[in-house]
Design a protein around this ligand. Structure first.
Ligand code: DAH
Length: 382
């Protein structure tokens, strides 16, 4: 093959190469170590000086032409690839945003936020405590001694191990010093004890959170939510309790005609103890909170437990009952959520069914505020 025909063949093939891989193969074929142009260059050594003078410039020119053609073609291929990519990855910023996956705020979380909002307005702080408690905080300090029958009313989940006096986990038989049985707290009341011990008096807190009891049916789940309230100060009496609960319930249910009835009751940690009923009335065959519970067609519904903090409890928490008094209350958060937002099966709260969550859940933008009415303006499904 003549230098001229080799050159025109090379340039034709380079011009026809459609992609970078083909082009690289051609480079190797012509200019690689074993390439045909490289071999031609090697023949220069064996030529006579005259021959070399005639052939040398042609071969060098051929090599240069092919090298240039390869570079030019490579540029063309690269920029075509870039153009194609730019065209494929075009983003039209004027299009509407794609649908984002939508989460919802669980009614329990929403109600807890509502509680915090209402009570914050009355000067209450939010306190928390551990869900894994010891029996001293959960029972003993709340005036429920080892043998107290009220302990049996709580279907408690106990842990098999105990914590001994040195803070070590041990099986009951090998524990040393004062032993603590660990359990899942059966109510939020131990947060009363922890708060009094940690911050002393005066005190004004609510403590919302998870509690656990071995119980399960349409209105009971092994895990549920309570909110505890505690006020300790000087000269606190039952009137303060009633006003606080009434103010809270009016704000929570967004009705001014909420009426309460305090019924004598018994809790080991309060003395006196009262159960608080809320009046309801029948509207189109449905029970609606509000109205006079004693009138015909009206009635009372038990809502929560409360009372004046038992002097023994104050002592356990290191406060002098001659100086400090207070009231406490405990409410089922799930229960008041059901009453307010109309769910009838507690178990569905914890099934994680996306349809239920879409229907009863709240938008993250529905922040409860007192000025707008703490009741969110309807769930996501509304
Ligand atoms: N701890 C009680 C329970 O879980 C509820 C309760 C009743 C809490 C009276 C209180 C109270 O603070 O004063 O059943």
């Amino acid at each position: 093959m003549t230098i001229e025909s080799l050159g025109s063949e090379a340039l034709d093939r380079i011009a026809a190469a459609g992609d970078a891989a083909t082009l690289e193969a051609l480079r190797v074929e012509y200019l690689g170590k074993q390439g045909s142009i490289s071999s031609l260059l090697k023949t220069l050594g064996k030529m006579s000086p005259e021959e070399r003078q005639a052939e040398g410039p042609k071969i060098h020119a051929l090599r240069q032409d092919v090298t240039d053609a390869l570079a030019a073609r490579k540029d063309a291929i690269d920029s075509a690839a870039l153009e194609a990519r730019l065209a494929a990855e075009t983003l039209d910023l004027t299009l509407p945003a794609p649908a984002a996956p939508k989460g919802s705020v669980h009614p329990v979380s929403q109600v807890m936020d509502e509680l915090a909002e209402i009570f914050a307005d009355m000067g209450f702080a939010v306190a928390t405590g551990p869900e894994i408690e010891d029996d001293w905080h959960n029972f003993t300090a709340l005036n429920m001694a080892e043998t107290h029958p009220a302990r049996a009313m709580h279907d408690t989940f106990y842990f098999p191990d105990v914590i001994d006096g040195e803070g070590h986990t041990a099986s009951s038989s090998e524990a040393v010093g004062e032993k603590k049985r660990m359990l899942l707290r059966t109510h939020t009341s131990p947060v009363q004890i922890r708060s009094m011990i940690a911050q002393g008096a005066p005190i004004r807190i609510i403590a919302p959170g998870r509690v656990y009891r071995s119980d399960s049916d349409a209105t009971h789940t092994p895990m549920f939510h309570q909110v505890e309230g505690l006020v300790i100060d000087k000269g606190i009496h039952l009137g303060h309790l009633k006003w606080t609960l009434e103010t809270f319930l009016k704000a929570f249910f967004e009705r001014d005609d909420i009426v309460l009835r305090l019924r004598p009751s018994y809790f080991p940690f309060t003395e006196p103890s009262v159960e608080v009923d809320v009046g309801w009335q029948s509207v189109n065959g449905r029970r609606v909170l509000g109205g006079d519970g004693d009138a015909p067609g009206h009635g009372w519904m038990e809502l929560l437990g409360s009372g004046m903090v038992n002097a023994r409890v104050l002592e356990f928490a290191g406060l002098d009952p001659a100086e400090w008094q207070g009231f406490a209350f405990g409410i089922g958060v799930d229960r008041i959520a059901m009453l307010k937002y109309g769910m009838d099966d507690l178990r569905a709260f914890f099934d994680g069914d996306i349809r239920w969550l879409r229907h009863y859940g709240f938008s993250a933008f529905d922040q409860p505020t007192l000025s707008a009415g703490v009741g969110a303006k309807g769930g996501m499904g509304a």
